[in-house]
Write a protein that binds this ligand. Structure first.
Ligand SMILES: Nc1nc2c(ncn2[C@@H]2O[C@H](COP(=O)(O)OP(=O)(O)OP(=O)(O)O)[C@@H](O)[C@H]2O)c(=O)[nH]1
Ligand SMILES: [Zn+2]
Length: 410
């Protein structure tokens, strides 16, 4: 007998109401679990699946007989390595709209539901690790950082808490952030994914969406237990993924050097008794993707007069239609989730990051630009273009200065 295909695009009238989800309720029981199970579609209260973009690999694993479609995770010993929250913002439906604040506590707060056989999954995981980066050991050799045996060890290892977060969108809240209606948002999400999720337009009763996009990783330095206390000083860098620079050290941009500088600032803050926070967002190439990014690099380097700061953003726009699609409007959510109400040192020059952080109610005390000595030669063009476009700086380059930097040719 062929297995029937169950469409979830229309509610199964016989199956009863969708399990309630009161987004922003301070009590996890009143809030209710996000249920995206594939095993009993009638009990779902979310659109999409956990591990969004990896769902396709899961499909291959099931299709090739390597994974049982009815596999249930065993959550023994998976609980967070350090406690995080709850914080006040967890009970505010407008402060956090793009992640599930209870995502790391699912096996704990919904233990009864799990024991009763419901298929509910965590969307956040919290662990501990040591990390070791050449930039940190260089900073130690240069005398900028000294080991303290707690945060930074003599061999250059840094003790960190790592948090992996999957996006969970409360659609009414996401729409409100962009000043559009939920209906408009749903329609465009449906169309721009090639109709991948029909429930976006047919199931207004499902208001949570697990989008198939990259999530984020948070690295915490110092004692995470200090988060949420007003006296705790916080250093923070929000960093958007740049595989070429972050991983492979390509020198056309300032991404890895600025990330490393942010990590240094976080270590310093932790050594002073505060907490350092690095938020790493999977938004490759300003969320335009790496193919677009590399096309733009070619266009920049082949244009008449060579790779120039004046042309920097224009070239991106020619290929992508826009300069940037990172939409930092959703970015402050993770800071609220961490109980942060003030950032004492924000390691970023971007106004597109600064403005939404401040508008969301988080105070910023100081902004830390990238030190000049850390800018790779070929990234001068990018840095000048950013400063001219309004990035935080003491010296905005004028037309004459903008004409100086020229990137390497292909
Ligand atoms: N499309 C495109 N993306 C780029 C280019 N250069 C860098 N990026 C991307 O731009 C983003 C840079 O992000 P961040 O390192 O967080 O820096 P920022 O937003 O400019 O601001 P700062 O916080 O001041 O560093 C990453 O997503 C990079 O992948 C480029 O030439 N084209
Ligand atoms: Zn980069």
């Amino acid at each position: 007998m062929p297995r029937p295909i169950i469409l979830t695009s229309h509610p199964n009238r016989g199956a009863g109401a969708v399990p309630p989800l009161n987004w922003g309720a301070a009590d996890p029981q009143q809030r209710g679990p996000v249920i995206a199970t594939l095993q009993n579609p009638a009990t779902r209260n979310a659109i999409g699946t956990h591990a969004g973009s990896y769902a396709l690999y899961r499909a291959l694993a099931v299709a090739s007989g390597q994974l049982r479609a009815d596999h249930r995770p065993d959550f023994s010993n998976t609980r967070p390595a350090v406690p995080l929250g709850p914080f006040g913002a967890w009970g505010d439906p407008a402060k956090i709209v793009s992640l599930d604040p209870w995502g790391h506590l699912v096996p704990e707060v919904y233990a009864a539901e799990l024991a009763a056989g419901q298929d509910i999954r965590p969307s956040i995981a919290v662990t501990r690790a040591h990390m070791n980066m050449p930039e940190v050991t260089q900073a130690m050799r240069a005398g900028r950082l000294a080991p303290d045996g707690e945060v930074l060890l003599p061999n250059g290892d840094v003790r960190v808490t790592k948090v992996a977060i999957e996006p969970v969108w409360w659609l009414p809240g996401v729409a409100a952030r962009f000043g559009i209606t939920e209906t408009e948002l749903r329609r465009h999400l449906f169309e721009q994914t090639g109709g991948m999720f029909p429930e976006l337009v047919t199931r207004p009763d499902l208001r949570v969406f697990l989008p198939p996009i990259g999530g984020m990783t948070v690295y915490l330095f110092g004692e995470p237990e200090k988060l949420g206390k007003p006296e705790t000083q916080v250093a923070c860098r929000i960093h958007d993924e740049c595989n070429g620079s972050d991983v492979f050290g390509s020198d056309i941009c300032t991404c890895r050097p600025y990330l490393a500088h942010g990590i240094e600032a976080c270590i310093e803050m932790a050594q002073e008794g505060g907490v350092g926070v690095i938020v790493y967002n999977r938004k490759e190439g300003r969320a335009l993707g790496e193919v677009t990014k590399f096309l733009v690099y070619n266009a920049r380097k082949r244009q008449e007069g060579g790779d120039r700061a004046e042309q920097y953003f224009q070239r991106t726009e020619c290929v992508a239609g826009v300069q940037d699609m990172r939409f930092q409007e959703l970015m402050p959510d993770v800071l609220h989730w961490l109980g942060i109400t003030r950032i004492d040192r924000l390691v970023s020059m971007s106004n597109m990051k600064f403005a939404p952080i401040v508008e969301s109610g988080i105070a910023v005390v100081a902004r830390i630009p990238i030190p000049d000595g850390l800018i790779p030669a070929d990234a001068r063009v990018e840095m000048d273009a950013k400063k001219a476009a309004g990035y935080f700086t003491e010296a905005v380059p004028d037309a004459a200065e903008l004409a100086i930097a020229k990137g390497r040719a292909l």
